[in-house]
Design a protein around this ligand. Structure first.
Ligand code: HEM
Length: 375
């Protein structure tokens, strides 16, 4: 087949090619019949005793590779909840009361997708976490908090993305494909983000979200792969990726060390240098991506795990591996992650803890048997 092409930008050319391959017209979606399989109940899940999954998603040096780092996942593992739920729930409620639409909002164009996401969670959560949620005739009840959500009424009392955000520990973003083939952030409940603000990125396409944040090597290493990934993502698939940051304050919702949440200029430059190790926190996100069948929107979930460095350093191999990972960051990654502000204190501490583990007889040959990324 010969395809006549007008003189268009390389970016649009790529989108066009991917869509021809995927047999779709950009920005148009025919609802898919796919239904995610009903998840099994999470084994022995309890809001008191189920601990956060111990993601320790950092690798030994010598070189830090910027990659998409996506792995195929199972639908039943879509949303992960644990005994930190009460704290996340309380923090989210307080933040929503204080900041409202600054942190959770939906553009009219994305409303069908936000309603679909709410339907999906209303189906998924009571099956996966039956001790926490109950499906009702009109929606979903939270058995722990006593909240009852009627998702059938119109108009809904709240923005559906806000309800989604209240139900789980994750933050959420919906990416909508427009006729130019790009994916735009048009609905989000970005309530506990740490280092970025929904207001700054709302309405932006995927590339601009990342270039405006100076994500290292985005153009060279990530952009093409991400574009192709979003265009081709199928409803049947679900992917996850993990990242990690160091934070030098204990605030889950907003890391005030880089500046006030209301200050337009935030930067690692303003963070206090060399804070004591007790103020160093390990912040790690588990993100998932899937395409919703009814609207074709791509749902991006961001679950943050947040622990003091001194706590995770008690785990075998962690201080040695984390020190090696931090040393492997190139200049660009170091700048992005703020290493200059905490590197000396952090590495001094991690080296000391690693040395103690070696003196206790830690067998460096055994680590590969014990762990598999991202653990
Ligand atoms: C294939 C999917 C994606 C990949 C591979 C990806 C990759 C990355 C990477 C490598 C970073 C740097 C921090 C890190 O290591 O995680 C980053 C930051 C970020 N990403 Fe993504 N991302 C993806 C999807 C998304 C989506 C859908 C959103 C929509 C909200 C998003 C929003 C952000 C934001 C806000 C930042 C922080 C930027 C800043 O510092 O201002 N990403 N992403």
């Amino acid at each position: 087949m010969h395809i006549a092409m007008a003189p268009i930008q390389p970016y649009s050319q790529l989108v066009f090619l991917f869509l021809v391959l995927a047999d779709r017209v950009p920005g148009q979606w025919s609802p898919s019949n796919f239904r995610p399989p009903k998840p099994r109940p999470y084994p022995d899940w309890s809001i008191e005793t189920t601990k956060p999954l111990p993601y320790r998603a950092f690798r030994y040096g010598p070189k830090y590779h910027v990659t998409m780092g996506l792995r195929a996942a199972e639908h039943e593992d879509w949303i992960q909840l644990d005994n930190h739920y009460p704290r996340y729930h309380a923090d989210k409620a307080a933040r929503l009361a204080e900041r409202g639409q600054q942190i959770a909002k939906t553009a009219p164009e994305a409303m069908p997708a936000a309603l679909e996401l709410l339907d999906e969670l209303t189906e998924y959560l009571p099956s996966r976490y039956p001790s926490l949620f109950r499906r009702t005739a009109v929606g979903i009840d939270n058995l722990w908090s006593g909240e009852s959500f009627n998702i059938a009424e119109r108009p809904l009392k709240e923005d559906p993305i806000e309800i989604c955000g209240r139900l789980i520990q994750d933050d959420l973003a919906l990416m909508i494909e427009r006729p130019d083939g790009q994916y735009y952030l048009l609905s989000g409940a970005i309530i506990l983000p740490g280092f970025w603000r929904l207001e700054d990125k709302f309405g932006m396409p995927l590339s601009e979200i990342h270039t405006s944040g100076h994500v290292p090597q985005f153009r060279e290493k990530l952009e093409r792969g991400m574009l192709s990934f979003f265009t081709r993502l199928k409803c049947e698939a679900i992917y996850s990726r993990n990242n990690y940051f160091i934070q030098v304050d204990d605030s889950l919702a907003w890391s005030w060390s880089i500046g006030s949440e209301d200050d337009p200029n935030i930067s690692w430059q303003t963070a206090e240098k060399n804070r004591a190790i007790e103020h160093h926190w390990f912040r790690s996100e588990r993100q998932t991506l899937r395409r919703l069948p009814r609207t074709g929107a791509v749902c991006f979930t961001i679950r943050t795990y947040f622990h003091p460095i001194v706590d995770i350093s008690k785990e075998d191999y962690v201080p040695g591996r984390l020190a090696s990972a931090v040393r492997s960051w190139g200049e660009d990654v170091s700048r992005y992650k703020g290493k200059e502000r905490y590197g000396d204190v952090l590495l001094g501490y991690l080296d000391g803890e690693h040395q103690k583990q070696l003196e206790r007889g830690l067998d460096m040959g055994k680590e590969e048997d014990l762990r598999q990324y991202p653990w």
